[in-house]
Design a protein around this ligand. Structure first.
Ligand code: ZN
Length: 188
C-alpha cells in the first residue's frame, strides 16, 4: 500500500499501532533462552501474570566500549510479549549508554509523554497506543524495567561492569536458585 493510499483510507493510527503489537506478539523476535549469556534477570508483572527473563550477552571490545545484545524468554499477554520483542530488536550490539537511552526513550513512549521521536525505533513507537490504558502500561514496561534493573545491578554509572567477584557470586546464585524478582512498574 502506498502512502497516498494510506492517507486516502485514513487509517487510524491506533489500528496501525495495534497491528504492530499483534505482529510482534505473534512472531516475537529474539525470543530464546540464551545459553552462555553473561547476565540475566527475571521480571514479573503480577497484575497481569506476565513473566519475562531477559538474557544479556556482552561482547568485549579492545578499544571500544563493550556491546550488549539481548534476548528474552517468558510468557504473558500480547503487549508484554510484543514489548519484549521490540526491546530486544532495539538492543542488539548497543553500548551501555545506548541501551540506557533506548530504555528511557521507550518509557516516554509507553507512558505517553511523547508520541514519537526520531531517536526511537519505529516499532517501539507503537507502544504509545498502550499509554491510554494505565493497567497495560505495566505490561509494556515489564521487559524494559527488567532490563533497566539488569543494567543498574551489574554496571556502575560509568558503564563498566561491576567487579568480577561480585558477578560470579551473582551467577552462582542464579544457577543455584532461580529467583523471581517482582518488578514494580508503578509511577512515582
Ligand atoms: Zn500483561
Amino acid at each position: 500500500m502506498t502512502s497516498s493510499n494510506l492517507a486516502q483510507n485514513n487509517i487510524d493510527l491506533e489500528d496501525l499501532y495495534q497491528e504492530v503489537i499483534l505482529e510482534h506478539s505473534r512472531r516475537p523476535r529474539f525470543k530464546s533462552k540464551l545459553d552462555g549469556c553473561d547476565l540475566c534477570e527475571e521480571g514479573k508483572n503480577p497484575l497481569c501474570g506476565d513473566a519475562i527473563t531477559v538474557y544479556c550477552k556482552i561482547q568485549r571490545n579492545e578499544h571500544r566500549p563493550p556491546c550488549l545484545s539481548v534476548c528474552f524468554h517468558g510468557s504473558g499477554c500480547s503487549i508484554s510479549q510484543a514489548s519484549a520483542s521490540m526491546m530486544c530488536e532495539a538492543l542488539q550490539n548497543v553500548t551501555f549508554e545506548q541501551a540506557k537511552k533506548a530504555i528511557q526513550n521507550a518509557e516516554e513512549i509507553y507512558t505517553g509523554k511523547v508520541s514519537c521521536s526520531d531517536d526511537i525505533e519505529q516499532d517501539v513507537q507503537a507502544l504509545y497506543g498502550v499509554s491510554k490504558f494505565p493497567v497495560r502500561i505495566k505490561c509494556a514496561a515489564l521487559a524494559w524495567k527488567t532490563m533497566e534493573w539488569l543494567l543498574n545491578h551489574h554496571f556502575d554509572e560509568s558503564g563498566s561492569l561491576k567487579q568480577k567477584q561480585e558477578m560470579e557470586n551473582q551467577s552462582n546464585t542464579m544457577n543455584a536458585k532461580k529467583k523471581l524478582k517482582v518488578i514494580s512498574t508503578d509511577e512515582g
